[in-house]
Design a protein around this ligand. Structure first.
Ligand code: GDP
Length: 369
């Protein structure tokens, strides 16, 4: 009987139902001693950290706790979904503690990207979103880019403080931390898991070479990201593994682009111009006329228009329309959180309409590239 059994590692209440949730233990592992959750098991035996996810309320509780400590907050965001992965109101919760903004997945941008320009862009966007940062580091956890600089900045800003790592799910937090563990931590020391007093939330302490700890917190689930709404198999299609191949479309007004059956981009009105799509190479983009767009969707959703496949389509919320007016003289991207963005290449202005599953964040911003 599993009721009210607790993990002997971190103290979390155990459950055998959902592998992605806190306290999961495979049923057969209940027979073993000590009884530990899958997460603690991996940490203990493989020195490998895996992320767990929390909904907003529990997550904010943790941020609030951090506000009561003297610490450095390492906020990881995903460059591929910058606005979607920024933790809004972060500053309000963590008080006067400084934030080191770590922008991950820079390997996904085309090779030509100018890193200084990118840094300026990040700085400006962070500011516009109300986040004051002590410093910014661009990294790729997967390709091992930027880590020397990250450690330098950590050293420079921590000043004897604890370091808390915070981020949304799927930004690459565990990839980054596992790299820190493998390449930069004191391998003699073990990862340990502790529990937040009075909660079921657990924190992983990672010993770093200089004798101090980095503390990982659970990831926050943002339902405004397409990545959090799709099934597991489509998540792999959405998250690019390789640099994205920007796809350029010359469109006349009253033309439409479908991104699988995940989103639709209508160029409603404006002079002929080109649009560059930065989405994972596994998403099929299909062009059609606006008049035919509804009909095409009804006939081909989940088939010609993939992902998702037909059987998974029902699980996505239905489309909501976002009318967008881009005024003349502005270079912008239209971001569809978790999918990518579409860059308008002229400053001619345009009337657009984006259709995305209900709840998914759609935003207009200054062009990244
Ligand atoms: P977490 O939920 O924040 O712990 O994220 P994970 O570390 O599990 O990573 C989520 C996904 O992003 C996985 O598919 C990773 O392979 C991928 N990922 C992580 N870091 C990078 C990176 O630097 N570049 C790219 N291209 N993918 C990454």
């Amino acid at each position: 009987d599993i009721d009210h059994k607790h993990c002997e590692g971190c103290g979390v209440e155990l459950q055998t139902e959902e592998p992605s949730r806190l306290g999961y233990i495979p049923p057969q592992a209940l027979e073993k001693t000590p009884v530990v959750c899958q997460r603690c098991y991996r940490i203990k035996h493989y020195n490998e950290m895996s992320s767990i996810a929390l909904q907003q309320d529990d997550f904010l509780k943790i941020l609030g706790e951090i506000g009561h400590t003297r610490s450095l907050v390492l906020h990881i965001v995903d460059l591929f979904d910058f606005e979607g992965t920024l933790i809004s109101g972060l500053q309000r919760f963590i008080g006067t503690n400084p934030v080191l903004l770590v922008v991950n997945k820079i390997d996904l941008l085309p090779k030509v990207t100018n890193l200084n320009k990118l840094l300026n862009w990040v700085q400006k966007q962070a500011k516009e979103n109300g986040l004051k940062v002590a410093d910014i580091v661009l990294v790729s956890a997967k390709k091992n880019i930027g880590f020397e600089r990250l450690l330098e900045k950590l050293d420079q800003h921590r000043d004897g403080r604890n370091v808390y790592v915070v981020g949304a799910t799927n930004v690459g937090k565990s990839t980054l931390i596992n790299r820190l563990i493998r390449d930069y931590s004191d391998l003699e020391a073990e990862l340990t898991v502790s529990q937040y007093p009075g909660t079921t939330l657990n924190l992983v302490h990672i010993p770093i070479d200089d004798g101090s700890d980095i503390i990982d917190t659970p990831g926050i689930v943002y339902k405004h990201r397409l990545t959090e709404l799709v099934e597991r198999r489509d998540l792999n299609a959405l998250l690019p593994g390789k640099p994205v191949n920007p796809m350029i479309y010359q469109l006349n007004e009253r033309q439409t682009l479908y991104f699988g059956s995940l989103a639709r981009f209508d160029f409603v009105k404006g002079p002929r111009q080109s649009f560059t799509c930065y989405v994972s190479n596994s998403i099929n983009i299909h062009r059609t006329k606006l008049e035919k767009a509804d009909e095409l969707y009804v006939e081909h959703k989940g088939k010609l228009l993939q992902p998702p496949a037909e059987q998974d389509l029902d699980k996505l919320p239905s489309f909501t329309k976002h009318p967008i007016h881009v005024r003349k003289g502005r270079m912008v991207d239209v971001l569809i959180s978790g999918l990518g963005w579409i860059k308008l290449n002229s400053e001619e202005g345009a009337e657009l309409e984006v259709h995305a599953p209900r709840g998914v964040k759609v935003a207009v911003r200054d062009s990244l590239i």
